[in-house]
Design a protein around this ligand. Structure first.
Ligand code: HEM
Length: 366
């Protein structure tokens, strides 16, 4: 087939000569004989880094779209599709751990000492992903009392601080949610009706706890304490100052207004106009969950590989990774919206003009 462009050769297009000359086992360099599994170790890490690059490409494009003055529905659709691609890559990344697990701990010891003090901890692309999503420096578990960036080269520290200073996905989505018209609209009294439904639900729950003849006194006490905490959660969604207090303490990341909008999107997700916003919130929860899945699986793999030894990067190894898996989350507020859901039959009906207007309001312009 003839085209107006010069012919392309497969290997040149993909830079294969360069790419395939990047597997240089240290065992071979130092001992003249390759530790067989070091090749797998290198290739698996390189494959991860290539996929990280693709994830960054997708996240950057979504950040650009959400950073604009006006985010129309079509662009939201494109963003959801790109973020969905990210989740498919993440699933592959979780699965890829099975491949590294075909290497036994003894095989790893054949070359582990040659790698010191390098570690996946220094993957600057992984840090860029975390930063782009919105993991704040203050929310990170400290590594030997110093910043996560301390072990990086100056060049890579600059790269990740660039991302720290850009609006993250969390901040952009927070702003987008705040700009939706859901909260106040031409006298639409959603909050009043919703609050009435919640009050009835909570009164019923309290009644059940107080009158349940099967509960022992200490069980009733425990359930009452739990009930109190549920009620406090609801008070935070109704009262801005209570919510702001939680934000200040670092216990909430989304603003009060954004949380209310996210709740409305979840409650009225069956409205065709809300399918896309609901899809966006869902894919962000998926990304967060898949990050946690990867962190937990990686921590388990590490325990299997090195037991309770410290990592090549010098951390407490498995323990450090377990803590990051349980605490390094970005979109937990979206996940926890489920706390505030009430049955469909109790939902106040949306007024017709409200539904009609929804599509035109995802903009900064008031
Ligand atoms: C034999 C296989 C592996 C072992 C024993 C291992 C071990 C560890 C350890 C102990 C840490 C904690 C930091 C340290 O002290 O070094 C760590 C962090 C990390 N590793 Fe691995 N790792 C392995 C494979 C991988 C692979 C295939 C990747 C893919 C890129 C990876 C990515 C990471 C990342 C991103 C971190 C930082 C996690 C965080 O700070 O939350 N590791 N690894």
């Amino acid at each position: 087939m003839k085209t107006k462009y010069p012919p392309v050769y497969y290997g040149d297009y993909l830079g294969l000569d360069k790419l395939l000359s990047c597997q240089r086992p240290k065992s071979e360099e130092y001992e003249g004989k390759i530790a067989h599994d070091e090749m797998l170790f290198i290739i698996v890490h390189q494959a991860y880094e290539l996929w990280f690059r693709q994830i960054l490409h997708e996240l950057s494009s979504v950040q650009t779209i959400f950073g604009q003055e006006y985010v129309n529905e079509k662009m939201v659709g494109i963003c959801v599709a790109r973020l969905r691609r990210v989740t498919e890559i993440q699933k592959l990344l979780v699965d890829q751990l099975h491949i590294i697990e075909t290497m036994t701990p003894l095989d790893f010891l054949d070359f582990r000492d040659f790698l010191l003090p390098a570690s996946g901890f220094q993957s600057y692309q992984f840090r860029q992903i975390e930063n782009k999503l919105g993991l704040e420096p203050g929310d990170r578990k400290l590594f030997e009392n110093s910043s996560y960036a301390a072990r990086l080269s100056k060049e890579h520290r600059n790269l990740i601080s660039e991302d720290e200073n850009q609006p993250s996905m969390l901040q952009l989505v927070n702003g987008w949610l705040e700009r939706t018209p859901f909260i106040e609209f031409n006298g639409f009294n959603f909050w009043q009706s919703y609050r009435a439904s919640v009050d009835t639900m909570l009164e019923n729950d309290l009644d059940i706890i107080k009158t349940n003849p099967n509960l022992l006194p200490e069980e009733r006490e425990r359930e009452l304490t739990q009930f109190k905490s549920t009620r406090e959660h609801f008070e935070a969604i109704f009262g801005k100052s209570k919510h702001d207090e939680l934000v200040k303490k670092g216990l909430r990341k989304l603003s009060h207004k954004a949380t209310q909008a996210a709740l409305l999107i979840n409650l009225y997700r069956d409205e065709p106009i809300l399918h896309l916003p609901f899809g966006l919130l869902t894919v962000l929860i998926d990304i967060d969950e898949l990050m946690t899945t990867w962190r937990s699986r990686h921590a388990l793999m590490v325990q299997r590989m090195i037991g309770t030894k410290i990592g090549t990067g010098g951390s407490s190894g498995h323990h450090y990774l377990k803590v990051t898996a349980s605490s390094h989350k970005v979109f937990e507020d979206l996940t926890n919206i489920s706390t505030f859901l009430i049955p469909r039959k109790n939902l106040p009906e949306l007024p017709e003009d409200f539904i009609k207007s929804l599509g035109f309001y995802h903009t900064r312009k008031k």
